[in-house]
Design a protein around this ligand. Structure first.
Ligand code: BG6
Length: 483
């Protein structure tokens, strides 16, 4: 693995949950793999009064707990040489001068400013970085999601950040794109010639994309209650996955080639009118689990007792292109669902005529791409069951990536952080993609508000409200687990 050029990484929100649980363990892991080298510095910046040793103690505990490989003291000692802490109030311009002094020793290094803070601080941090003269040609900024609360706030952030950083310096993270499995979806689609002629409305009947989680709000009650599943998961992760499933072949894996194709899909999503929203979306919220062991959403810490924030969304999207006209894309996500699963299900059309007699209609083929918890690709086919009669039975061609590739896949943040340092933008969202995604999402939010759509309750540990099965059932389809 090649080592990156010398760098200074500054993590704003450096003692926060994301930094501790994901960013530092990912950097530790890459250091351990030899990809980071010794000529770098990782500066955690946060409001807390903490000295370097206090920070190192916390960082080591979190790397011990969350890094992929086993923790070893020798590697940690070498890695910790790279780490430092700076107390900084992101709203105070003067604090950035102090940060500037810390960075001034190595002006030629790659400078990565990772904004692991709420989006309300993005503009201010960038503006202070600019005024302090810290944004040179080698500088890049990473913006964590959520990028705004709606189109207007996202536009405002993008414009203000854009005054300081050029688009090629802005890395908008959607960590789903960093997942090995999601990139494998690109490999599957464009590394195999046989799929492309089948990948269209003539052969595909419907598509389902499910991102189901078993966890609840995981201690993020106040944030989640302001956000909800549509903004938290659909506007970004689900729409990005939909783009990868639906896009035309890019000419290469270069950033703009891929992002141009994804953008075309987002722009071709049929806008939802109010009546469409009422008929084609389901909003849900979990109540306590059947055994009472799991609290209901409104009993979670930091959540309002009368909250109508959704923890579940199912919807039917349509893409107005020659390739996809009239092929429904069913998207679904929820917290406290029965299983943790991220999967894409491609349902092919039925055989046009069964030669096996009226009573033996072969089941349609299905391609099931599981991204989480275990990566696999399954093709469901029909085969003859042994015996004298011509009886068909569904069988599965099964590719289990864990058995095929013994190397454990990297965590999404490991990949994305390295891409930031190497200046590769392919797996990051361009501004026009974010805008297009908000443009499509906003009418759903507006219609829910306008019509006072209250989430339908579902019991924690189930597959969501019954209305979700009804939504997909209306067109004669069923969710994968119901088949
Ligand atoms: C985050 C959401 O972007 O993705 C969380 O804010 C969610 O609410 C998480 O739990 C899911 O990511 P993963 O990688 O665990 O599937």
């Amino acid at each position: 693995m090649s080592t990156v050029s010398p760098f200074d990484i500054v993590i704003f929100g450096g003692t926060g949950d994301l930094a501790m649980r994901k960013l530092l363990p990912a950097l530790y892991q890459r250091f351990r793999d030899g990809a980071l080298g010794q000529e770098g510095r990782i500066l955690a910046a946060a409001l807390e009064e903490l000295d370097r040793n206090g920070f190192l103690e916390r960082a080591s505990a979190s790397c011990r707990q969350h890094a992929r490989a086993e923790f070893d003291a020798g590697t940690w000692a070498a890695f910790s040489e790279l780490l430092d802490y700076i107390q900084l109030d992101a709203t105070r311009e003067a604090d950035f001068a102090v940060l500037g002094q810390r960075l001034s020793r190595h002006p030629d290094r790659i400078r990565l400013f990772y904004l692991s803070t709420g989006p309300d601080l993005f503009s201010q941090i960038c503006s202070h970085l600019g005024s302090a003269g810290l944004v040179n040609d080698q500088a890049r900024v990473v913006l964590e999601k959520p990028l705004g609360h709606d189109l207007a706030t996202a536009t405002c952030i993008n414009e203000q950040v854009g005054e300081i950083f050029s688009e090629r310096q802005i890395y908008r993270i959607d960590h789903y794109l960093g997942k090995e499995t999601v990139q494998n979806l690109i490999a599957l689609r464009f590394g195999n010639a046989f799929l492309e002629p089948l990948w269209n409305r003539s052969n595909i009947d419907s598509v389902q994309i499910t991102l189901a989680e078993q966890v609840g709000v995981n201690g993020r009650g106040p944030f989640y209650d302001r956000t909800g599943a549509l903004r938290d998961m659909v506007q970004n992760h689900l729409l990005q996955l939909l783009c990868i499933v639906a896009m035309d072949a890019p000419t290469s894996v270069d950033a703009d080639a891929v992002r141009d194709e994804k953008l075309k899909v987002l722009r071709a999503l049929r806008p939802m009118r109010h009546e469409d929203v009422l008929n084609r979306t389901v909003r849900g919220q979990y109540r306590a689990g059947a055994s009472g062991a799991v609290p209901g959403y409104t009993e979670e810490e930091g959540v309002a007792a009368d909250s109508i924030t959704e923890t579940f969304v199912a919807l039917k999207a349509e893409i107005d292109t020659w390739r996809w006209a009239n092929v429904p894309f069913y998207l679904r996500t929820g917290k406290r669902m029965q299983e943790r699963v991220a999967e894409v299900v491609i349902n092919f059309r039925e055989v046009p005529h069964s030669i096996f007699g009226e009573n033996t209609l072969p089941a349609p083929n299905r391609l099931v791409i599981t991204l989480q918890p275990q990566e696999s690709v399954e093709l469901h086919l029909m085969a003859k069951a042994p015996g004298d009669d011509m009886r068909l039975r569904p069988v599965t061609l099964d590719l289990d990536f864990q058995r095929t590739f013994t190397r454990r896949p990297a965590d999404a943040y490991e990949r994305l952080l390295m891409d930031c340092l190497r200046g590769r933008l392919t797996l990051f969202m361009r501004r026009d993609e974010v805008d297009a995604a908000w443009r499509w999402i906003e009418p759903i939010l507006e219609a829910w508000e306008h019509h006072g759509t209250v989430p339908k309750r579902y019991t924690a540990g189930t597959w969501g409200p019954a209305a979700s099965s009804a939504l997909i059932g209306r067109a004669g389809h069923a969710w994968h687990e119901e088949i």
